[in-house]
Ligand binder design. Structure first.
Ligand code: FAD
Length: 357
């Protein structure tokens, strides 16, 4: 594995060893489909969109890898994989796979890779995806680039996986030159959601694993949904209002919440607000919080540090309110308002309330 800036292709060429002969047969792009409680995680659909571009560039097939139990829900999920761009679905159905557990999922995924030999495998950087990606990469002894913000194919057909480094102040591009598959995880909302093409069809490859419940050391006794996580649909909201240290006090967070509520959106904040205990950690937006991709993002009293920027720059429209005309957020906001957010937010809330009544 090598680390380089995107411009350092020449330097990298000097480092490149020949891909070992037994890895040359590895072909196609795979996306692990995170499928829990009868539902595909949206990040898997976003990755099918991104995987489609990589597969087209390489001239290979895009596959969704679907593990689970229950024919009806797997049928639905299979149709969705095709609608979102997969040419093939590797489908593995077994009662042991009804709920995610690292041991059987790692076993099945590594068997599939060894049998069908994909050159690239993408997973969502969710709790499940991070857990699985690490153990699959370790078992297969291959390279894994976590939390990528950009994926591309370089001139030598190698996956160029770009991610923030040095606390987000630099981007590095990582290549897995001598091992296969090249693995990467991507957080939800980093990649755009593709438009589904209903009725699109593909090929299903059924794989039957040898799994015995008695040999699995972890048991799922019950499933308790995380109400807090459910409550915050921040990553997928169309409108997000967020506050930063410019709000000056914990009480003023309500100004952000009120505007979000009138607009029918969700709300969040910058990291210092979490560190101060003013907002919950799952409301943090940015590199170490949530990545968002709303149609409208209103940032009130947020400076626009790089770690915040990487979590919001996928928004269609960024409106920044800041007292400092030189604040970095004005470098990437589509609309900037130089103003006191504490004074402006209630005025905006009232104006939208009147208008939307
Ligand atoms: P400040 O930097 O204090 O900025 C406050 C802004 O408000 C200023 O621009 C000021 O001009 C403006 N202002 C002041 N008064 C008003 C007013 N009355 N009205 C309007 N504007 C006003 N940060 C994140 O947000 N998310 C992350 O995920 C994240 N991850 C990080 C990870 C690492 C490893 C590191 C090192 C840092 C991370 N940070 C993250 C922190 C980041 O570097 C910044 O420190 C943080 O984003 C700054 O938050 P802020 O803009 O709210 O506060």
């Amino acid at each position: 594995m090598t680390t380089s800036s995107p411009q350092a292709a020449g330097q990298r060429a000097g480092m490149k060893k020949e891909l070992p002969e037994h890895f040359r047969s590895y072909k196609h792009v795979w996306v692990f489909i995170e499928f829990e409680h009868g539902r595909i995680h949206p990040v898997s659909l976003e990755l099918l969109g991104e995987g489609r571009k990589l597969a087209d560039k390489l001239g290979v097939e895009l596959a969704g890898v679907l593990l689970g139990s229950g024919a009806d829900s797997l049928d639905d999920a299979t149709r969705n994989c095709f609608a979102y761009g997969a040419d093939v679905v590797y489908r593995v159905e077994h009662p042991v796979l009804a709920q995610y557990r690292n041991q059987p999922y790692t076993k099945v995924m590594t068997e599939l890779v060894e049998k069908f030999q994909p050159e690239i495998m993408l997973l969502g950087a969710t709790v499940l995806g991070r857990d699985l990606a690490g153990s699959v990469a370790t078992t297969l002894k291959t390279g894994l680039t976590a939390d990528c913000t950009e994926l591309a194919i370089d001139d030598e057909r190698s996956l160029a996986a770009t991610r923030p480094t040095f606390g987000g102040s630099l981007l590095c591009t990582i290549h897995t030159l001598n091992y296969r598959p090249q693995m990467a995880t991507v957080r939800p909302r980093v990649m755009a959601m593709p438009r589904p093409e209903e009725g699109r069809e593909g090929r299903v490859v059924v794989y039957t694993p040898e799994l015995e419940e008695e040999r699995i050391i972890t048991k799922v006794l019950d499933f308790l949904p995380d109400d807090a996580a459910e409550a915050s649909g921040l990553a997928f909201a169309d409108i997000v209002v967020a506050g930063g240290m410019g709000l000056r006090s914990e009480e003023n967070i309500q100004l952000v919440r009120q505007l979000a509520s009138v607009l029918g959106g969700d709300w969040g904040g910058s990291r210092p607000l979490v560190q101060k205990g003013w907002i919950a950690a799952d409301r943090q937006i940015g590199q170490t919080g949530k990545t968002i991709r709303p149609k409208l993002y209103i940032a009130a009293g947020i400076s626009g540090a790089i770690q915040h920027r990487v979590g919001v720059e996928g928004a269609d429209m960024i409106v920044a309110i800041n007292t400092d005309p030189n604040a970095p957020i004005f470098d990437f906001a589509h609309l900037g308002v130089v103003s006191d957010a504490v004074a402006l937010l209630p005025v905006l809330t009232e104006a939208f309330r009147q208008r939307l009544l």
